[in-house]
Design a protein around this ligand. Structure first.
Ligand SMILES: NC(=O)c1ccc[n+]([C@@H]2O[C@H](COP(=O)([O-])OP(=O)(O)OC[C@H]3O[C@@H](n4cnc5c(N)ncnc54)[C@H](OP(=O)(O)O)[C@@H]3O)[C@@H](O)[C@H]2O)c1
Length: 266
């Protein structure tokens, strides 16, 4: 039997594995109807059947390769035309670790297309309706590599840095409305992305790797608490506040009409 819900429908990208599949479970448990998006439709359909049976919510699936403009457009049209959608979880992401010069052009293009273009396009599709209804939540999954870069994460960090700045800008745009935009910055989490990225999970110190369930549960708790930026693994919240304060101070320090004296420009 299908339940009646006032929560509406959550559209989750990348729901065929990892964090996206856990978001699907947790949001269904809360009573959201779901639209699940990814390429592996058989996985989505199996998850949809399980969640519909377990929680009595409606679950639809959309098989889409978000790196392909036509597929992305189909999902964007669902977001802009389906008035029942109240939440967008921009979770789909790809990572290929390696140095720029030796990474394939296709791998770089895929990171750009999924992590940046798809996230932006889907946000752009959902936002006007959310603002018009003065209701809705957008959850964008960044990474601790949004604010850090390793010699093997140059492109991935670049895309996730975009997610951070894009999301923080949106938060300023929607301030004072009924629309919520959350930035989630996970650290290492046990999902398939590691194997796909070329760095097997077995190469990581287990003490630094979070379970996907814990990551999503913390992220949703952060959303419930009204956090704009959620760092599931960071114990000391002051670290983020210091980082943000340093960013603001640097920006303020750059607002001068003259070159700094160390450059000797008269
Ligand atoms: N795991 C970590 O350590 C970690 C840390 C920080 C941030 N993150 C971020 O968390 C998010 C979720 O990743 P995950 O760790 O859960 O990895 P995952 O298990 O590999 O899941 C990635 C999801 O994205 C989907 N996806 C990838 N390419 C796609 C495409 N072209 N079109 C449509 N869907 C696509 C995949 O589905 P299909 O393959 O079926 O299309 C899959 O459902 C990503 O944004 C990732 O960058 C992960």
């Amino acid at each position: 039997m299908t339940i009646t819900t006032t929560l509406g429908t959550a559209l989750i990208t990348g729901a065929s594995s990892g964090l996206g599949a856990i978001y699907a479970d947790r949001l269904a448990a809360r009573g959201y109807h779901l639209i699940l998006v990814a390429r592996r439709i058989e996985r989505l359909d199996a998850l949809a059947a399980t969640l519909a049976g377990k929680y009595g919510v409606e679950v639809r699936t959309i098989g889409a390769d978000l790196s392909l403009p036509a597929d992305l457009q189909r999902v964007a049209e669902e977001l802009s035309s389906n008035a029942g959608i109240t939440m967008l979880v921009n979770n789909a992401g790809v990572s290929t670790m390696g140095q720029v010069a030796t990474t394939s052009r296709q791998a770089i293009a895929a990171m750009d297309a999924v992590n940046v273009t798809a996230l932006t396009t889907l946000t752009y599709a959902a936002l006007p309706a959310f603002l018009q209804r003065d209701r809705g939540a957008i959850v964008n999954i960044g990474s601790v590599l949004s604010f850090h870069v390793l010699p093997t994460s140059t492109v991935y960090s670049g895309t996730k840095g975009y997610v951070m700045n894009f999301t923080r800008g949106l938060q300023q745009e929607v301030a004072g409305t009924g629309v919520t935009v959350q930035l989630v910055l996970p650290a290492s989490t046990a999902t398939e992305i590691w194997e796909l990225s070329g760095v097997p999970l077995t190469q990581l110190d287990p003490a630094t790797v979070m379970a996907a369930e814990d990551c999503v549960d913390a992220a949703l708790a952060g959303l419930d608490q009204g956090e704009l930026v959620t760092l599931p693994s960071v114990e000391d919240q002051a670290l983020w506040e210091q980082f943000d304060a340093a960013r603001l101070a640097l920006f303020a320090g750059a607002m001068r009409c003259k070159p700094a004296s160390r450059y000797g420009v008269k």
